[in-house]
Design a protein around this ligand. Structure first.
Ligand code: NAD
Length: 464
């Protein structure tokens, strides 16, 4: 059945009817499905690259690094461990339940809805599907309407690999998503902005659907006096300007120790120039810089820059070409703390830099924002690293690098409160789509000793 919006409810029902069959599938059957998905991703790789370029000038290498490779890694990790993850897990039994035993049985939650954003559309829609399939759930994917060429390839891949009653794609805008959100899904996996996350959670509450919310926000970077500056600068430029800053865990703003003030901004900008070109024409022609996804987001990022120009000491870069949805890699030096660029998630190629004298000043700035999705530390001084970790919170942290926690297959990925609820990837993704069912088996029937009537003997046993 073609998956258009007129048959949303029918597809949901088909998937619901198919749940017993999905649940009954062995680890081997589920792995076979995942391997079919792997082959399709490799077969469609060229189409993904072409669509990424068409939608917003995504560089081919960035499609490979941030869309294809993480998917292949998720597939490999899940296929390798799924049998073990699915196995019921024995747990030790407390003395108070002597004579009984306990285990956790992993059962699929059931029907699931995966709502994906536009910045890494392939990984962020098919990644959760890997976890859903592994757990034995069905899935409806709602890709972003902002990247139609990539959504079309996602649909082709899904229709090539899955039956509609296993995994289906439903395209659409807010109206379609709203209709989907009215359905009583067993689990909703949403990746996107905190504002829409709240809408999703409110809709999920009506059906008490469980949710995983992978959200965004401002991810700070602390650069201590002890940081190795060259190494830090090289890593920051790649992490920030990959996908032209449109990465949920991109460094959003830098807090740099005052001892680096004299050289930091110029050295960082010099690195930008050596990677992407010294003049705006070269930068705009660089095949390594994606475009801003659409005019709406271009206007949003440009307005952050316009506001920052009146509230910062210096701006390096800052070239904007609306027709091409292009903004050049830009450093905003010492913006006021109340500038919009220091208050809103940037999600574009602007990088504010503020200098601090004491580490607690940096931590104060961070604690005034909602809890970040990622917090990065560049330092060689272990006491500073420990102090930062012990006096802050974040969904994930990298020390002396950025972004890599996202692709470490054995780490949970997700935010805290405003930056997200629940974790994903690998085993954590499998658990997100599983109900961990606690099962107790009574062997010796000793609990009967405590049953009514509560004779003096019962009271004696209960004497604590
Ligand atoms: P978004 O929240 O605008 O959209 C995400 C999805 O929600 C899209 O499919 C969209 O169609 C749908 N949507 C939009 N408005 C809706 C509404 N009113 N009701 C129901 N559905 C609606 O986010 P975006 O612009 O696509 O992506 C950027 C945001 O996503 C950033 O905040 C970024 O940090 C975050 N993000 C987070 C992660 C992560 O792993 N935590 C990854 C990528 C992006």
């Amino acid at each position: 059945m073609p998956t258009n919006t007129s048959n949303i409810e029918a597809i949901f029902q088909q998937q619901k009817d198919n749940l017993p069959a999905l649940k009954a599938r062995s680890a081997q059957d589920r792995i076979a499905m995942l391997q079919r998905l792997k082959r399709a991703i490799l077969r469609f790789r060229k189409n993904i690259v072409k669509a990424g370029a068409e939608d917003f000038g995504k560089p081919e290498a960035e499609v490979d690094i941030a869309e294809i490779m993480p998917l292949l890694s998720e597939l490999a990790n899940t296929s390798k461990h799924l049998q073990r993850w699915m196995k019921p897990k024995r747990v030790s039994t407390p003395i108070t339940l002597f004579g009984a035993s306990g285990k956790i049985v992993y059962e699929p939650k059931g029907t699931s809805l995966v709502i994906a954003p536009w910045n890494y559309p392939v990984f962020l829609s098919l990644g959760p599907v890997i976890s859903a399939v592994a757990a034995g759930c069905s899935a409806i994917i709602k890709p972003s309407e902002f990247t139609p060429a990539l959504s079309a390839v996602i649909r082709e891949i899904v229709e090539d690999v899955f039956e509609t009653n296993e995994v289906a794609v439903i395209d659409g805008e807010v109206e379609t998503t709203t209709r989907l959100l009215e359905l009583p899904f067993d689990h909703i996996f949403f990746t996107g902005s905190p504002n829409v996350g709240k809408i999703v959670m409110a809709a999920a509450a009506k059906n008490l659907s469980s949710v995983t919310l992978e959200l965004g926000g401002k991810s700070p970077v602390i650069i201590d006096a002890s940081a190795k500056l060259d190494d830090c600068i090289e890593k920051l430029v790649w992490a920030k300007f990959t996908n032209n800053g449109q990465t949920c865990i991109a460094p959003d703003y830098l807090l740099v120790h005052r001892s680096h003030e004299a050289q930091f901004s110029n050295e960082l900008y010099e690195r930008i120039a050596s990677v992407y070109g010294r003049d705006v024409t070269t930068q705009q022609q660089s095949e390594d810089l994606a475009r801003i996804v659409n005019p709406r987001h271009f206007d949003r990022v440009q307005s952050l820059l316009v506001d920052a120009k009146t509230k910062a000491e210096q701006v390096l870069g800052g070239h904007c070409d609306a027709e091409d949805c292009f903004i050049s890699p830009t450093l905003v030096v010492e913006p006021e703390i109340n500038a919009k660029i220091m208050q809103e998630e940037i999600f574009g190629p602007l990088l504010p830099i503020r200098f601090y004298d004491e580490i607690d000043e940096a931590l104060d700035i961070i604690s005034q924002q909602p809890k970040p999705l990622a917090l990065y530390i560049f330092a060689q001084n272990q006491q500073i690293i420990d102090h930062v970790i012990n006096n802050s919170t974040a969904g994930g942290t990298c020390i002396n690098t950025c972004l890599l926690h996202f692709i470490h297959s054995n780490l949970p990925v997700g935010g805290v409160n405003n930056s997200g609820i629940g974790k994903s990837h690998g085993h954590y993704g499998f658990l997100a789509f599983s109900n961990e069912r606690g099962v107790v088996r009574d062997h010796l029937s000793l609990s009967k000793q405590l049953f009514a009537p509560y004779t003096p003997r019962v009271k004696k046993i209960l004497q604590l």
